[in-house]
Design a binder for this molecule. Structure first.
Ligand code: LLP
Length: 428
């Protein structure tokens, strides 16, 4: 096959292993999420090696990607996991995580949802005094964690800043007195405190500042089992422009230093945890799509693809940047890059995957690879416009592709309307 790749990722040994984007598209159709197991394992090992401190645990934040095949690999790599909903708990359990390996970081949940975790002996972190009281009523005498908000936050976009004075998350340290009263009232055991400042930092300064603030609060509780510093570890989405990686060595050294000093003050070596999501899974994922149309509208050249915002929401929601690769079977007459805006097939003006990009000249039938799509890609996809969510394929370490989630079918779209089907079968 004559397959001109804009860059790397060639057959045998590259991202696509023993196959090619065109073979994958032929077999599984597009849009298609493709994950590479070796890359996933590499990122897991990097995070596990962050600290020299031995009482250190990495808890994968399952919201970034909850495909059970990936979860099982992550567990094999020795990670625990944090969940944000009963659904994530359910999938983590299906992937083999034990209750003691799951941490339910809840936010504004019903008593029913809280009980779901308590009954499975999964540790719950609560996000307000009101939810701490609810926990106390449900599970008096139980173990619980609380999420603090130290008053600072970070993130690649305002919508993902979760710490600080303008967000709904966490409990302000000013309320520690009230918090202690509720703990005493319900005879609770405060197992740990946690925080998450926000998503994506590439320079650890704000994160480290937040850690120091959290430790000030932690010192007010003499009997903690663990302190969870949250996630947010960034990846370089602008690799081709030379963006550098987060310096994990420097960050780890600073954290080790802070923890050592704090343990001395606290008088014991308790567990320290982090909760990365994106760092572990973003770079192991490429989203493949097909160019179906080209047009020029009032001076803008558009490439119309099947990569709508239902498949990858990040660009539409946060103006997020993902690098693109072009795969074509043609030989370029003139390979000089041309300015193009890559859009999807969804009925929204904001359905733009990449605005004003310089790409090799595209033609109908070419494939596009969206890089670093493994985190918050599939997990934020939807059936908007009644589109079918894509399949997911894993390139195993031996290079072979395996299907790890089938594409939605049209029948999936009616599956939950069964009662109306029964009421009016003729409608369908
Ligand atoms: N822990 C908690 C409590 C969280 O809420 C999150 C992410 C994480 C850990 C993991 O954060 P990470 O290491 O992945 O940055 N959809 C957005 C990101 C939202 C993150 C929400 N919370 C995006 O696509 O950029």
């Amino acid at each position: 096959m004559n397959c001109n790749h804009q860059s790397g990722n060639l057959k045998s040994g590259g991202f696509f292993g023993n196959t090619t984007p065109f073979e994958l598209a032929m077999e599984f159709n597009t849009p298609l999420y493709v994950y590479n197991e070796a890359v996933l394992r590499t990122r897991c090992r990097e995070m596990k090696g962050l600290l020299r401190y031995s009482n250190f645990k990495v808890s994968y934040s399952a919201k970034a990607n909850s495909n059970p095949a990936l979860l099982a690999i992550i567990r094999q790599e020795g990670m625990e996991a944090d969940a944000m909903s009963p659904g994530e708990i359910y999938l983590l359990t299906a992937a083999g995580f034990l209750p003691e390996e799951i941490f339910y970081i809840s936010n504004n949940v019903s008593a029913v949802e809280m009980r779901f975790a308590v009954e499975r002996e999964i540790l719950v972190s609560v996000d307000s005094l009101s939810q701490l009281e609810q926990f106390g009523r449900i599970n008096p005498g139980g173990r619980v964690a609380v999420r603090m908000n130290p008053g600072v936050g970070l993130g690649h976009h305002q919508k993902v800043v979760t710490g600080g004075k303008n967000t709904k998350f966490g409990i302000s340290p000013e309320l520690v007195g009230d918090l202690k009263k509720i703990i005493t009232q319900y005879d609770l055991k405060l197992a740990g405190i946690n925080q998450h400042l926000g998503s994506l930092f590439t320079d650890g300064e704000v994160f480290l500042h937040g850690v120091r603030l959290l430790l000030e609060t932690a010192a007010l509780f003499p009997d903690l089992e663990f302190i969870d510093l949250g996630g947010g570890f960034g990846i370089p989405y602008h690799k081709k422009e030379g963006q550098t990686r987060l310096d994990l060595v420097r960050l780890g050294e600073s954290l080790d230093e802070i923890i050592k000093e704090w343990n001395r003050r606290y008088g014991k070596e308790i567990v320290f945890k982090i909760e990365p999501g994106r760092y572990l899974v973003a770079e192991c994922g490429v989203l493949l799509g097909t160019v179906h149309a080209l047009k020029e509208n009032y001076g803008t050249v558009y490439a119309g693809t099947d990569l709508g915002c239902n498949v990858l929401l990040r660009p539409a929601m946060y103006d997020a940047y993902h690098e693109l690769e072009v795969y074509t079977r043609r030989r370029f007459d003139d390979p000089a890059p041309k300015m193009v805006t890559v859009v999807g097939n969804i009925c929204e003006t904001g359905d733009i995957l990449a605005k004003d990009r310089q790409l090799p000249p595209l033609k109908e039938g070419d494939l596009i690879g969206v890089l670093d799509a493994g985190a918050y890609g599939y997990s934020m996809s939807s059936n908007y416009n009644c589109r079918l969510r894509p399949a997911e394929v894993l390139i195993r370490e031996n290079g072979d592709p395996v299907l790890i989630r089938r594409r939605d079918t049209l029948e999936d779209l009616t599956r939950n309307y069964l009662s109306s089907l029964e009421l009016s079968p003729k409608v369908f």
